[in-house]
Design a protein around this ligand. Structure first.
Ligand code: HT7
Ligand code: ZN
Length: 875
């Protein structure tokens, strides 16, 4: 297939003013009747063409007249109709087969035939699997939906919009109608039907609307929905306070399913969630998962304005809603929890997922210029880097300016489909600033490298910072433009105090933090009245998504690690020092950098009264993927071993006694697990301390871990202990695993963790472990969470396990991709991205990976989704 290109965009020749759907639901066969009121654009005289895929056409009529075979043509996923005019009404009736649909796109069955329920997933192009329609985001229509089904089998019938009647039908059937007053694109349509329970609460919006908030799930987990309901209410209040945006329907439904391709979906008035991001209870969920539930609930809710009320003109603009909504969620989570910890978590995620994407054959701009399979573009670049771009612009405008800009954006585009240009124009116009320079960030792939060099002139008391930028070529884009890079900075003296900043040409002030913007390839910034050679704290709060290159000495990094008041940069100094330590570590002999890293952290460990969670993060070196990202030839086994050695040095430097004492103090807090920040922080540090202890006194640490496992009152402590025992192949691991397997046999989300933990066993043993787990009766490729918990965890998050020296894991995973592809192409394609970066592996692994990929791409009958990813990865 040829690619779809941004430059070919044309407004729709045909749009739909209103759609009336009548859906007779059944598990094996569902009939969908639709009535479209059409509008045509007089300037584009083309026949009416509607998208429709895999639909069995049962009836078709135009303006009340049944169409004959010569009046229309249905082939190649398009229904073409002759004779339609502006104002025409098209009626179609089609049959679809939900139970046979394993792709989890369109209308499908979640769970078993006997007990499961029916639901839809329409983003990006799922609606065409349900009914004929111009399935593109710039066609916004008013929806009236009537659902009909057997009352006993489907007692609950839901669709997006306000309820508009319900009642009984003959033969034990019933109906329910929903009218959505807000025009919406087809990707936001949703329905749910089945036996579900709910919890609910009334909510009064800031603009005076009574809204019923209802969370639905299968009966056995309804008690685990309370945390999500609280999180929803917090999100709604926050959006009212921070952006002046209120909810706009009488009822807001949220539904949990175990069968879902992604995290959740923001369908108008009927959000659907992967149960992993909705259910939360202390026995099943870790602290991190509680925060993830809060974040995803907020993200989907925030889409109601950024995505739904203002939607995307086309899928190239995907980051308009996703980058912006990720940013809004990050602001919300920072407000609800610890802001520096949230920033650390988000930047670590960006570096782990987006930086490698941007540095390899899958690199693409935040707004791609072309795509083949849109589902392959729900990437870390569109989401995470997209959010960083919004953050840069928001930083440029300041809090009030950004709010002014967002108000204008909503005012101009409410009820319409917009572009990234529209977004930047609204933000700029509201503040009389030209933001068009930021557009280059959206159209250019690759992570810029920001090189910084400082020179101090003692006689003039001047400090000159020279900044330059370089973005390496990415596939198909060799020439890179300079980008506007905001660099937030402070200067520290050698006693660890921040110095007042006075840029050449500016009046003297007392501000100790500034943002300078590098707009050209190279620029010099001269600071006056600097009394001594400073240590710069650069890119504070990670003010731009770049790789900073500054030739810090270990002592300078140690100084920032000890004194920087920007929590993020304090952590960052530790990460940079760990990178230096890693690069200079020699067998049996500590480098200066490694000693500096260990000394600085040991000092913080014993003396500093810092937050336990920040300390836990400081004590954690960058991950194996981040280390690999900086190397031109990657040997994952060596990286794993070297990272272990560094941590061993750190544990030795802190000492067994100090580790043990800290662990005991942290473990003394017993009782029901509390969710407050301090309790969570304590558990986070306890886990880290135990991991370090295991390096210097394995036997004692394993005994403590086994006891922690047995005594744990919540999943955070239990899983931390289990994970330590399993990853280190401790003698106590087998019995803990057996216990966990049995205790959580009926809890799919907990069982996912059981698979996941074992898929993380480092090194050569991992492959056998994974193969063995495939024969567990609970393992299935049909459920995305389960497939991800074993194969995804192994291939994407266990580099030393997946990249075995003999390359045996590559054909194994390739074979699973083929099997998965036959069931669910979206999930197969996503999993295949684990091969990204194979070109930089050392020669033996590289050739094994290439062989597996070349064999894979030649397999007959691969989906367009998987072929595209494998083809691109191979380039
Ligand atoms: N907007 C959604 C993205 C999405 C999706 C969700 C579920 C299944 C398939 C999907 N394809 C795309 C989720 C979000 O970003 O909020
Ligand atoms: Zn989203």
């Amino acid at each position: 297939t040829s690619p779809i290109r941004l430059r070919d965009y044309r407004p729709p020749a045909w749009s739909v003013e209103a759609i009336e759907l009548e859906i007779d639901l059944g598990i094996d066969s569902t009939e969908v009747s639709s009535r479209l009121t059409l509008r045509s654009d007089a300037s584009q005289p083309t026949p009416l063409r509607l998208d429709g895929e895999g639909l069995e056409l049962l009836a078709i009529a135009l303006d009340g007249r049944k169409l004959e075979a010569q009046d229309y043509h249905y082939g190649q996923s398009v229904l073409e109709i002759h004779g339609a005019r502006d104002g025409s009404v098209l009626e179609t009736r089609v049959r679809v087969q939900p139970a046979a649909n394993t792709t989890l796109e369109g209308l499908y069955l979640s769970g078993s035939r006997e007990h499961g329920f029916l639901l839809t997933q329409c983003e990006a192009e799922g609606f065409r699997h349900i009914s004929f329609f111009p399935d593109r985001p710039d066609v916004l229509a008013r929806y009236t939906v009537t659902l009909r089904a057997d009352r006993e089998r489907f007692p609950v019938l839901l669709a997006g919009g306000n309820p508009a009647g319900s009642g009984d039908l003959p033969d034990g059937r019933h109906w329910a109608r929903f009218v959505d007053p807000h025009p919406k694109p087809s990707y936001l349509f949703a329905l749910v039907a089945g036996r579900l329970q709910n919890i609910q609460r009334n909510y009064l919006t800031a603009d005076g609307r009574q809204v019923q908030l209802v969370i639905w799930s299968e009966a056995n987990v309804i008690d685990s929905c309370h945390y999500a309901l609280d999180a929803l209410e917090r999100s709604m209040r926050w959006d009212e306070r921070s952006y002046g945006r209120s909810f706009d329907l009488d009822v807001f439904h949220v539904v949990a399913t175990h069968d879902f391709n992604m995290g959740a979906m923001e369908n108008k008035g009927l959000n659907i969630f992967n149960a992993k991001y909705l259910l939360a209870d202390p026995d099943t969920s870790t602290d991190d998962e509680y925060r993830a539930v809060e974040a995803v609930v907020a993200h989907e809710y925030f889409h109601n304005w950024t995505g739904n009320r203002v939607t995307c003109r086309d899928w190239f603009q995907l980051s308009l809603k996703e980058g912006l909504t990720v940013f809004r969620e990050q602001q919300f989570s920072a407000d609800m929890n610890s802001a520096p910890l949230k920033r650390i978590e988000d930047v670590a995620l960006l570096r782990r997922t987006q930086f490698p994407e941007d540095a390899g054959p899958l690199a693409h701009p935040v707004r791609p210029a072309e795509y083949r399979e849109i589902n392959n573009f729900y990437t870390a670049t569109v989401y995470e880097k997209g959010s960083e771009l919004v953050r840069m612009v928001a930083g440029r405008l300041g809090q009030e300016g950004f709010r002014r800009g967002m108000d204008l954006y909503f005012q101009r585009h409410d009820g319409h489909a917009a572009t990234i240009e529209d977004f930047l124009a609204a933000l700029g116009d509201a503040n009389h600033i030209d933001l068009t320079a930021y557009l280059a960030w959206y159209s250019q792939a690759g992570t810029p490298h920001l090189h910084a060099k400082g020179e101090y002139d003692a006689t003039r008391q001047e400090y000159t910072l020279t900044l330059s930028q370089l973005t390496r070529p990415t596939p198909g884009d060799a020439e890179k433009k300079p980008l506007p890079i905001p660099v937030k900075l402070s200067l520290f003296n050698r006693a660890g105090q921040m110095l007042p900043l006075q840029l050449n040409g500016e009046a003297q002030g007392d501000s100790v933090e500034k943002v300078i913007v590098l707009g050209r390839p190279t620029q010099r910034f001269v600071f006056k009245q600097v009394p001594s050679a400073p240590v710069p704290s650069l890119l504070r709060g990670f003010s731009a998504p770049v790789v900073l290159e500054y030739d810090y000495s270990p002592d300078e990094l140690a100084l920032l690690l000890a004194h920087d008041v920007d929590g993020f940069n304090r952590w960052e100094a530790g990460q940079q020092l760990a990178m230096l330590a890693f690069d200079t570590l020699r067998d049996g002999d500590d480098s200066t950098a490694c000693k500096a890293w260990c000394n600085a952290l040991a000092a913080l460990f014993t003396h500093d009264a810092m937050d336990d969670a920040l300390l836990a993060d400081l004590l954690t070196p960058p991950g194996e993927i981040e280390f690999a990202d900086r190397q031109s030839e990657v040997d994952p086994a060596r990286i794993h071993a070297q990272r272990e050695t560094m941590q061993l040095r750190l544990a030795e430097r802190i000492g067994i006694d100090a580790l043990l004492a800290r662990y005991r103090a942290l473990a003394a807090h017993v009782g029901e697990p509390q969710l407050d920040a301090m309790s969570q922080a304590g558990r986070r540090l306890k886990r880290r301390v135990l991991e370090l202890l295991a390096l210097v006194d394995a036997e004692q640490a394993y005994v403590l871990a086994a006891r922690q496992y047995d005594m744990a009152s919540g999943m955070t402590d239990r899983l931390a202990a289990l994970s330590l025992l399993v990853r280190r192949c401790a003698p106590q691991a087998a019995s803990a695993l057996a216990h966990f397997r049995e205790r959580y046999a009926g809890n799919p989300l907990a069982l996912d963790k059981w698979f996941n933990v074992q898929a993380q066993v480092p090194g050569e043993p991992a492959l056998a472990v994974v193969k063995n787990l495939e024969s567990d009766p609970a393992f299935t490729l049909k459920n995305p969470n389960r497939a991800r918990s074993l194969l995804g965890a192994f291939a994407s998050t266990n580099p030393s396990g997946f990249h075995r020296a003999d390359g045996a894991a590559y054909p194994f995973v390739a074979e699973r991709l083929v099997q998965l592809d036959a069931l669910n192409p979206q999930i197969a394609a996503r999993l295949a991205t684990a091969f990204n970066g194979w070109q930089r592996l050392e020669p033996q692994r590289r050739s094994a990976a290439r062989q597996a990929l070349e064999a894979l791409v030649q397999r007959e009958g691969l989906s367009p989704n998987l072929s595209e990813i494998v083809g691109n990865v191979l380039q």
